[in-house]
Design a protein. Structure first.
Length: 396
């Protein structure tokens, strides 16, 4: 395991202060917004199924400043908390090759296509300052997406209304799906833009977002644990993309908005896959793989619903038992050794920060043991405490 020589610390100045100082003084109208990191409690892989995802905001934030320019260029400058720096200048009309540039270039173009930004947009200066570390399972890139989108939309009359925030979250997720090679967890955009200081319950069957009390009400502190920070986790990217494409195709075949609406979904999906393979469809997945994924999504949705109920009824033992219970087989990479280590060292519960899209672990530690736990873990690992944050806001 990697040695963490110094604890993770954020700069003394807030990202909003830093982004105001760093943004070019072009004389244009500068708009600033900030958005929180996010952490996942359960259900990170069930959105395409129509399941339920539980996620919360983090006190660590990203801030974005934007202003117009007249030379048909998009200039982006970004800095993270670990000394990472990113800078690019590109033509407004040419798709960039760099992955991060393409992600945010695509976000600008999607905002224009959805008529949140004017079609007369000629160019932009975009500056990002973030305190959310990449690799901790805390949605660093999503926080930056949300901050950029909200800064660009800051002049909209409905910018603080729930329907507009829901629309903006959908635009962010659509843009990243279209322009980034990284897997998108849509709940992170939703929670960053619409969440609160508790746990948001995002139900993809009807698109609702409601609130539940945070686990901290059960006498625990929450930590992110990782062997290293600074890089996104991509090991299971292909597998997740294939499973989501299969779910989407199944929904289309059965004429349902989500497989959660389909009675006896796993059996009927397997029959459909077997029929495709019998007809010579070489693109159809193995029937057993399809069955496992549908059953995984069904099981995770039930776990998420049960966890939301446990949070709302303040049943701590039930909540932590649910978090510790093994998931259905899913064939995705998970940090099982780190989960086990956290539990051995005193966490009442620990689980992957986001199965398949993060190699970090979220650990829940009794308050009286938390300082000792964090200090012991920091000798070998990167440790970031997860404290409640506030949703994205336009900074006046």
């Amino acid at each position: 395991m990697a040695v963490c020589k110094t604890p993770f610390e954020t700069p003394s100045q807030s990202p909003v202060q830093r982004v105001r100082a760093a943004h070019p003084s072009s004389g244009g109208d500068v708009q600033v917004a900030s958005a929180p990191g996010t952490w996942v409690l359960l259900g990170e892989n069930v959105d395409h199924f129509g399941g339920v995802t539980l996620a919360g905001t983090v006190a660590l934030r990203a801030a974005a400043a934007v202003s117009p320019r007249e030379d048909n260029l998009i200039s982006i400058s970004a800095r993270g908390p670990l000394g990472q720096e990113f800078a690019v200048q590109m033509p407004y009309d040419d798709t960039p090759a760099d992955g991060l540039a393409r992600r945010w270039w695509g976000l600008v173009h999607t905002l224009v296509q959805r008529q949140v930004l004017s079609r007369d947009t000629a160019g932009l200066d975009i500056t990002v300052e973030s305190d959310v570390p990449v690799g901790a399972g805390l949605g660093a890139l999503y926080a930056a997406d949300a901050a950029i989108a909200l800064a660009l939309a800051a002049g909209h009359d409905d910018v603080d209304t729930a329907p507009f925030r829901a629309r903006l979250a959908e635009i962010c997720s659509h843009a990243v799906t279209s322009y980034s090679s990284l897997i998108v967890l849509r709940a992170r955009h939703s929670v960053a833009l619409r969440g609160a200081d508790g746990v948001s319950v995002v139900d993809y069957a009807d698109g609702s977002l409601t609130q539940a009390p945070p686990p901290s009400h059960h006498g625990v502190r929450v930590f992110s644990l990782a062997e290293g920070l600074g890089e996104p986790f991509v090991q299971s990217r292909k597998e997740i993309a294939e499973r989501r494409a299969f779910i989407d195709a199944a929904c289309t075949n059965f004429g349902v908005a989500s497989l959660r609406q389909l009675p006896e979904a796993s059996a009927r999906v397997v029959q459909w896959i077997e029929a495709r393979r019998s007809a010579g469809d070489e693109m159809a997945p193995e029937p057993e793989v399809a069955r496992r994924w549908v059953q995984f999504c069904e099981s995770e949705t039930l776990r998420s619903l049960a966890a939301a109920k446990a949070l709302r009824s303040r049943r701590a033992n039930e909540l932590f038992t649910l978090l510790n219970s093994p998931a259905e087989p899913h064939d995705l990479a998970t940090p099982d050794a780190l989960v086990a280590l956290a539990r051995e060292r005193g966490a009442v519960s620990a689980r992957p920060a986001a199965t398949g899209t993060s190699n970090a672990v979220i650990a829940f530690v009794p308050v009286q043991d938390a300082d000792e736990f964090a200090a012991a873990m920091a000798r070998e690992l990167e440790v970031v405490e997860v404290t409640a944050g506030e949703p994205a806001r336009v900074e006046g």
